[in-house]
Ligand binder design. Structure first.
Ligand code: OGA
Ligand code: NI
Length: 209
């Protein structure tokens, strides 16, 4: 799916340690991009995407005023179309354990669609029932994205606000406990694959989110 060499990975990990995030463009091949989107559109047609909530378990609330996306939680055993993505996840977790000494033992990923006019207020991914989220991973899937389409991600860092355009095949990784971020209102349907590396094998959020 990607041809990232170990040296390049190490420079990404350096960026992650230093700046709390990194961006890798053209992270997947065109073929795998098409494979993900074909699967995504099939799930949409089958009505498999559900309104996302905020919080988890007893705290779960569905509030479009905070968060307007629709999601589909991935299951590695069922969603075999995305197998190359799970291979990347395994390799990345291995490198994070080995070079960043993170104790990671699980993950949770979903496909997300923000319909036209939706957004996600500024927030931190690690909070309350989501306290086991260590690393946030976003793979953007918007092929013909152009300025004016909206849906940019703003990440708030110590060295200023950074605007990330959600263009196809762009990977963004950040530390879930420190990076506050916000999805600006999108003017067109906005697609992504989003997930988290966890320091516990199971998250209740998986059941309710
Ligand atoms: C999230 C989130 C950002 C994005 O799902 O928690 O902040 O760019 N997503 O889709
Ligand atoms: Ni978030």
């Amino acid at each position: 799916m990607h041809t990232t060499t170990e040296d390049l990975w190490l420079s990404y990990l350096d960026e992650l340690s230093e700046n709390d995030y990194f961006i890798a463009d053209d992270f997947i091949t065109d073929e795998f991009y098409d494979q993900i989107m074909n699967y995504f559109h099939k799930l949409e047609q089958d009505n498999e995407l559900k309104k996302a909530g905020i919080g988890a378990g007893g705290e779960l609330q569905v509030k479009a005023s905070v968060r307007g996306d629709f999601i589909y939680w991935l299951d590695e055993a069922r969603d075999t179309e995305l197998a190359p993505f799970f291979e990347f996840r395994d390799e990345f977790m291995y490198l994070l354990r080995r070079f960043c000494f993170l104790s990671l033992s699980g993950s949770e990923f979903h496909l997300a669609k923000y319909p036209e006019g939706s957004h996600y207020d500024r927030h931190l991914d690690q909070f309350g029932a989501r306290s086991n989220r260590q690393i946030t991973i976003l793979l953007y899937l918007n092929k013909h994205w152009k300025k004016g389409d909206g849906g940019e991600l703003v990440i708030y860092t110590d060295s200023g606000d950074i605007i990330v355009e959600p263009i196809a095949k762009r990977l963004l990784v950040f530390k879930s406990d420190v990076i506050e971020h916000e999805v600006l209102t999108t003017q067109v349907p906005r697609y992504s694959l989003t997930g988290w590396l966890l320091h516990q094998p199971e998250s209740l959020g998986y059941l309710f989110g």
